[in-house]
Design a protein around this ligand. Structure first.
Ligand SMILES: O=P(O)(O)OC[C@H]1O[C@H](OP(=O)(O)OP(=O)(O)O)[C@H](O)[C@@H]1O
Ligand SMILES: NC(=O)CC[C@H](N)C(=O)O
Ligand SMILES: [Mg+2]
Length: 490
């Protein structure tokens, strides 16, 4: 998952883009970049690392312009190398820089098409660079550079590209362009701010970026919708897909997004609280006479759900693990070795919260099992009498192919295993998972009953359809083993 922001301002935008990226850092810790448009010139600065490491005062000073886009990356395609950091740039037509959150599932076919039919070279393994070239080609086939021609170009992109994509781009001579895939898998939200010099617009992955920049959240970009904000601040919007449907990624609510974001009109914080209530009810149904002494969250993301479970069970909620705030999110780290080492560096128990107690540990999700396996052992070592583990999401049994890097089912602890087998493998005395229907109802909440989501990593159903052989191919390219080999070779 990556974070993206685009701004059209009445004054310079680089500093605001930087600030926006820092609050989207949880979406991508591997690389960051900013591109600004200054009249006739596009300036790009990008590199590997956290936002604070990639930009210094000198780099920021070069990023001139009142229109700009920014990206923080968590790779789902290609390599982790700095040449695949975003935004990507093409000089023709006009000069375009583009930043993409998501993952295409027809990258190989598109790459061939782009080369053979559009006669364009894509210089990296990144699906985002392919997407940029498709957009550039479609725009090149239009007669003029107007909002209308951009919308027609995006209709072309939506006919050709398959997968999850939320995009911000800047086109020299026009302004900011943003679009969201026709299934609305990846999030994108629009905001505005009034200034003495006129209205400014911002478009971002999460509303939290708008909040901290002082923009008012207007609305989500609709599935298949494109927005153009000209450099003078005029806004145009159009649906550029036939029969768009809304299937937002449910994993955003489970883990990815910040709790203080609103996504597709749903508060992430409230969705997580409702997940806790639903799971607490299941616990009570299965063990009405449970012996749980204390509920302990596995920080950070599970806290909202864990507190609700404790309230419902009528037992104490305690912070039993202290998180080292200088270690990033472990799940989005590229290699299993680094992920496993980081759990230990990141979380440390307070033994008196465990000693002689029956503890219920709560996590938002169990994916590879890296975190839970170590945490269960830590709880035992800290003196817990029994260790139960609850997951606010159902078992993750299938790859995610729309922007979350879990491409290989073999790496998923729940793949091909029963809940009993997972319980044994993680070493806990009782493992309890959320039901998928309860998760979907919890996220939809009372305002949107029956709402649909992309829940593919739990259900194995993929809204875009998948070409035969696709999973085998991404397994070869993106398993932890394949990534390790690539890193050693580079
Ligand atoms: O089963 P696993 O493969 O270990 O993945 C799941 C874990 O990873 C995430 O935590 P992370 O440390 O990334 O972030 P957080 O601090 O936001 O919870 C998530 O919240 C789970 O704790
Ligand atoms: N997580 C993402 O959104 C990744 C975007 C793009 N597929 C990349 O790998 O750079
Ligand atoms: Mg976690």
């Amino acid at each position: 998952m990556c974070g993206i922001v685009g701004i059209v301002g009445t004054t310079e935008v680089a500093a605001a883009l930087y600030d926006g990226l820092t609050v989207l850092q949880h979406r991508g810790q591997d690389a960051a970049g900013i591109a600004t448009a200054n009249g006739t010139q596009l300036r790009v600065h990008k590199g590997n690392g956290l936002v604070r490491d990639v930009f210094d005062a000198k780099a920021m000073a070069l990023l001139e312009g009142r229109v700009g886009i920014a990206h923080c990356r968590y790779p789902t395609a290609g390599s982790e190398g700095s040449d695949e950091a975003q935004p990507f740039y093409v000089n023709s037509p006009y000069g375009i820089a583009l930043a993409h959150n998501g993952n295409l599932v027809n990258t190989d076919a598109l790459r061939r098409e782009v080369f053979e039919q559009d006669r364009r070279n894509v210089n990296t393994e990144s699906d985002s660079e392919v997407l940029l070239n498709v957009f550039a080609h479609e725009l090149d086939t239009q007669k003029a550079l107007t909002p209308d021609s951009v919308f027609r170009a995006i209709e072309g992109v939506n006919r050709r590209a398959k997968g999850g994509y939320a995009v911000v781009a800047t086109v020299l001579g026009l302004g900011l362009v943003a679009f969201r895939d026709p299934h609305g898998i990846r999030p994108l939200v629009l905001g505005r701010r009034n200034t003495d010099a006129g209205i400014e617009y911002a478009i971002a992955s999460e509303s939290v970026a708008l909040d901290i920049l002082g923009f008012e959240r207007m609305r989500d970009v609709a599935p298949g919708e494109a927005i153009v904000v000209t450099a003078r601040g005029e806004i145009h919007a159009r649906i550029c897909a036939q029969d768009p449907q809304n299937f937002p990624c449910i994993f955003e609510y489970v883990y990815f997004a910040r709790p203080d974001s609103m996504m597709d009109e749903i508060s992430v914080h409230k969705a997580r609280m409702r997940m806790g209530v639903a799971l607490g009810e299941k616990i009570l149904r299965q063990r009405p006479d449970h012996d749980i002494d204390v509920v302990i969250p596995i920080p950070d993301t599970s806290r909202d759900a864990a507190l609700e479970i404790a309230n419902l069970l009528g037992v104490k909620y305690r912070e039993g693990f202290i998180k080292n705030r200088y270690v990033g999110r472990t799940f989005i780290m590229p290699g299993q070795g680094e992920r496993a080492k980081s759990v230990k560096r990141k979380l440390n128990p307070i033994p008196l919260e465990f000693k002689n107690r029956v503890v219920l540990l709560v996590d938002d999700s169990i994916v590879r099992g890296t975190t839970s396996k170590q945490i269960v052992q830590m709880a035992r070592d800290a003196g817990a009498r029994k260790v139960y583990l609850a997951s606010a999401a159902p078992p993750v049994r299938y790859p995610n192919i729309y922007g979350i890097d879990m491409p290989s089912s073999e790496e998923l602890v729940a793949h091909g295993r029963t809940e009993k087998e997972i319980e044994e493998l993680l070493g806990c005395d009782w493992l309890i998972y959320q039901e998928l229907k309860d998760l979907e109802a919890a996220v939809a909440g009372p305002k949107f009953p029956g709402r649909k989501f992309d829940s593919s990593c739990f259900s194995g159903e993929y809204v875009t359809g998948i070409e035969p052989g696709y999973f085998e191919r991404i397994q070869q390219l993106r398993s932890d083993e394949a990534k390790k080999k690539r890193r050693l070779a580079s």
